[in-house]
Design a protein. Sequence first.
Length: 69
Amino acid sequence: MTVQNIKREIEKLPLDQVSELQAWLNQQTVDDQPIDKRIAADASAGKLDWLVKEAMEEDAKGETTPLSL
């Protein structure tokens, strides 16, 4: 499916469903606060612990590169 196809299908939706879709899309953007809250909640719940563990293991093996700030 292409973006053009999606646009055509959206144009067929009733106005209330377009509004619902718009609200959902707004929640999905990276710069929007809800994504930050979800990441924070996932981190607090331990759902991202595997990423930290993996990074620490790679660093211990010397598989990482220091960041240049």
